[in-house]
Design a protein around this ligand. Sequence first.
Ligand code: G
Ligand code: G
Ligand code: MN
Ligand code: NA
Length: 249
Amino acid sequence: RALEHDLRLAVERGELYLEYQPQQHRDGTLVAYEALVRWRHPVRGVIPPGEFIPIAEQSGTIAQIDDWVLMEACREAASWDRPLRIAVNVSAAQFRRENLDGEVRRALRESGLAATRLELEITEGVLIEDMSRAKRTMASLKALGILIALDDFGTGYSSLSYLEAFPLDRIKVDRSFVAALGQSERSLAIVRAVIGLAHGLGVPVLAEGIETEAQMSLLVEEGCDEMQGYLLGRPQRLESSDRNRNIPI
Ligand code: G
Ligand code: G
Ligand code: MN
Ligand code: NA
């Protein structure tokens, strides 16, 4: 299709760029940014990843995009004037690649970013596919000193066995549970249980998709460690000149 063809050229033509959404500690301190890729199409305008990542996955362009995102996120984060964490989404295809740890090592080396500042966000789906393979991949990534977060938690299989099996540094409660907070007792029960489970394992919890003060205060009350959502900040470009604007909330 036409988009598929354009996507092949998008990386070379410099049409991809990253926006960054803040993640803050429950005490209000800014601790990280999540990198979110966008495509500035010359004719169609800005296309969100939800539209082009699936096309990239089908057409085999995803590896090129993944490499670019990882390198660009590390490079930009290395230039920030504060040593904040940078969270980068990893596609299922990227996680399955034989040389993911090599790509990560290269991105760290070429950008000069400290490994401890890089967090890869993976989804549940990649863990169940081939658990022993996933364990090896995870071990090789952890050996580099980077962090791993489990994204969209609660929407996949949410198997307790991989909470046990994988060395996770953070669990991200999916925004669908956060959206229902305050309206449904059931979502509160789920969020409470996820936080309890994670904390029992010594893993901090980040809630995503926070849009209201009510959701925010419920999550603080429930002991959630970190927060992300439109209430705290939308995904945005970070120019070095106005970066300070985004710091205190
Ligand atoms: O920004 P938006 O809400 O449109 O993102 C939609 C989806 O695209 C989310 O699930 C998000 O994780 C994913 N996504 C955003 N940026 C990246 C990226 O750089 N790489 C990959 N693989 N997925 C991304
Ligand atoms: O799957 P993942 O968690 O990586 O998806 C991240 C996407 O969620 C981002 O593309 C971002 O645009 C979107 N997002 C971030 N904060 C909010 C929010 O508060 N509300 C909604 N509806 N979407 C959000
Ligand atoms: Mn994510
Ligand atoms: Na998510």
